[in-house]
Design a protein around this ligand. Structure first.
Ligand SMILES: Nc1ncnc2c1ncn2[C@H]1C[C@H](O)[C@@H](COP(=O)(O)OP(=O)(O)O)O1
Ligand SMILES: [Mg+2]
Length: 194
């Protein structure tokens, strides 16, 4: 496993709920041919499958809480192995959510070369999520759960940014700007990797 993805670049995409991670990752996929792995999407797919594990996950996610570390990591790892032969790089979207998740990821998979910190104001994220909730069908895009997700983000994920900042791989991206301008900065960060 470690061998197979040794030469692929691993990019962590971190930011609050509604900051624009998914939006930017889609654009990176289109321009650079990276594989986009959203931990949230992988988990939601498991829920949609109706499996026993999915039912347990659904209950946790609906409350806005974090699902057990090993579950998410296993799902990401399986998805990476499946794409290892064809992928130049991996966008790990919405993970790590806490420092411990980052440490486990590095032990089991590998080290990231870049952390894109997609940064938007709390009020902006709430506004975007409420709007997304009108059409997303996501059980967690409602006002009460959004508040919990934001609180948890500030508490658990901001230390992640501090942790990787000390390693010098964090690029902070202003996600208050229009989508294409945000992407200009994202693309610059990726181009600088070469
Ligand atoms: N720079 C930007 N300006 C305005 N709206 C944006 C934006 N980036 C994303 N959005 C919109 C698209 C979605 O409806 C919503 C949340 O974006 P998302 O990419 O799904 O966020 P995340 O994956 O970080 O939760 O906000
Ligand atoms: Mg997303």
């Amino acid at each position: 496993m470690a061998d197979k993805i040794k030469d692929a670049k691993i990019i962590f995409v971190v930011g609050g709920p509604g900051s624009g991670k998914g939006t930017q990752c889609e654009k990176v996929v289109a321009k650079y041919g990276y594989t986009h792995l959203s931990s949230g999407d992988l988990l939601r797919a498991e829920v949609a499958s109706g499996s026993e594990r999915g039912k347990t996950l659904q209950a946790i996610m609906q409350k806005g809480e974090l699902v057990p570390l090993d579950t998410v990591l296993d799902m990401i790892k399986d998805a990476m192995i499946a794409k290892a032969d064809v992928s130049k790089g991996f966008l790990i979207d919405g993970y790590p959510r806490e420092v411990k998740q980052g440490e486990e990821f590095e032990k089991k998979i590998g080290a990231p070369c870049l952390l894109l910190y997609i940064d938007a104001k709390g009020e902006t994220m709430v506004k975007r999520l409420m709007k997304r909730g009108e059409t997303s069908g996501r059980a967690d895009d409602n006002e009460e759960t959004i508040k919990k997700r934001l609180d948890l983000y500030y508490k658990a994920t901001e230390p992640v940014i501090a942790f990787y900042s000390s390693r010098g791989i964090v690029r902070k991206i202003d996600s208050e700007l229009p989508v294409d301008e945000v992407f200009g900065h994202v693309a610059k960060a990726i181009d600088d990797l070469k």
